[in-house]
Ligand binder design. Structure first.
Ligand SMILES: *Cc1c(COP(=O)(O)O)cnc(C)c1O
Length: 377
């Protein structure tokens, strides 16, 4: 008997323990929020130039260095403005003349647009691939930065992080957007010169901050370019680094964001670090894709299993089954934010599987969708 989607009641024993599956802001663990409440009189509401907040920044910098086993000489920098701001930081401070971008979704394309429009740079070289697949950078004369997203959040396709052969020797930097991948996908930092991300995805914190793992070559490039290129102070990587080295930011950060991030890093490290988080996201992904492949009305959008992301899964639904109805029914039962990326315009569910998300909850999510589909009849 067909019914309106929002009137569907999913039996409580099918519901996940936590119904947040959004790709960012994403699930914040209760323990992080408790830690935030406990910090209510310090460091919350205290100066970011004094030790209590600087200690938080230090916890984040050392925690990231440990989580990613930072190679000798690499440094952790941070600043305000999120990953979107880092695109402009990199445009000003890392690209000397010309960048090459691999673009296979919204986020990779946005960074390509930023460098392409910069009046002081040559037109960028852009290697494109259709949504749901992965494009790869390739050796090209005259290019001094190769850039791509580790995980394309808009499509659920993940790319390997490996330098273009010979690029390091040629002095070309590798700049990788790890915004949704960092903390949830395996990474060899030595394959990058700048690996940047934001706290609201795998780190289950809030937005507004960028963080970057920088190689000595990236630091040297910024110093070289900033010596004779006008760079707005807010976008200066050298200034950000100078502040980061003192466990500070150029201007006032959101202290609560720092605290949620530090708590999540401690949690990841206590559980077993990147090895543990990546095993957990892989278990979630196996639950999601295995389920989709076994349902006649569901198909993983990314056709090549090797390119399917373990942190953001995209599942196409049969045309006869409007995703809008499924989403409305899920939301009415507290299972939220599994809509497709808006510009992709597909009849699709997009499910975040960041480390905070329990693989059992991903399995519960699939059971909820099964129930809703049955009810929508
Ligand atoms: C979310 C996201 C961004 C944008 O991050 P902001 O912090 O909102 O600027 C950039 N790149 C990727 C891959 C993302 O997933």
């Amino acid at each position: 008997m067909p019914t309106t989607p929002a009137a569907i009641r999913i039996p409580t024993d099918l519901l996940p323990g936590d119904g947040r599956f959004g790709a960012g802001p994403s699930k914040v663990r209760d323990a992080q929020v408790s830690a935030l409440a406990a910090a209510g009189r310090s460091p919350l509401g205290t100066s970011h130039r004094q030790e209590p907040v600087r200690a938080l920044v230090r916890r984040i910098r050392t925690g990231l260095a440990e989580l990613f086993a930072l190679p000798e000489g690499y440094e952790v920098a941070l600043g305000n403005g999120g990953s979107t701001a880092f695109w402009d930081v990199a445009t000003f401070c890392l690209v000397r003349e010309r960048a090459q971008h691999a673009a296979f979704g919204e986020f990779g394309a946005k960074f390509a647009k930023a460098t392409s429009r910069a009046p002081f740079l040559a037109q960028s070289s852009v290697v494109e691939a259709p949504a749901g697949t992965v494009a790869h950078c390739h050796a090209e004369e005259g290019v001094d930065v190769y850039a791509w997203p580790h995980n394309e959040t808009s499509t659920g396709a993940a790319s390997p992080v490996e330098r273009v052969p010979g690029s390091r020797e040629a002095g070309t930097l590798t700049v990788v957007d790890g915004t949704s991948a960092a903390g949830g996908l395996a990474l060899d930092v030595a394959q990058t010169d700048a690996y940047y991300f934001a706290p609201q995805k795998s780190f289950g914190s809030d937005g507004g901050l960028w963080l970057a793992l920088l190689s000595p070559d990236a630091v040297a490039r910024a110093a070289e370019l900033e010596a004779d290129r006008w760079v707005p102070e807010f976008l200066s990587l050298t200034t950000a680094l100078t502040n980061s080295r003192q466990d500070q930011t150029l201007n006032t950060p959101a202290v609560a964001t720092l605290l949620l991030m530090a708590e999540q890093l401690d949690w990841m490290l206590e559980q077993g670090g990147l090895e543990w988080t990546t095993a957990r996201t892989a278990a979630s992904a196996a639950n999601l894709y295995g389920w989709a492949e076994s349902r006649p009305w569901a198909t993983p959008f990314v056709t090549d299993p090797a390119e399917r992301s373990d942190v953001v899964g995209t599942i196409d639904l049969d045309e006869a089954l409007p995703a809008g109805d499924v989403l409305a029914a899920l939301r009415a039962n507290g299972v939220v934010d599994t809509f497709a990326y808006r510009k992709l315009g597909r009849n699709q569910l997009r499910v975040a599987m960041f480390p905070a998300i329990d693989p059992d909850d991903v399995a519960a999510f699939t059971a909820c969708v099964d129930f809703v589909v049955e009810q929508l009849g």
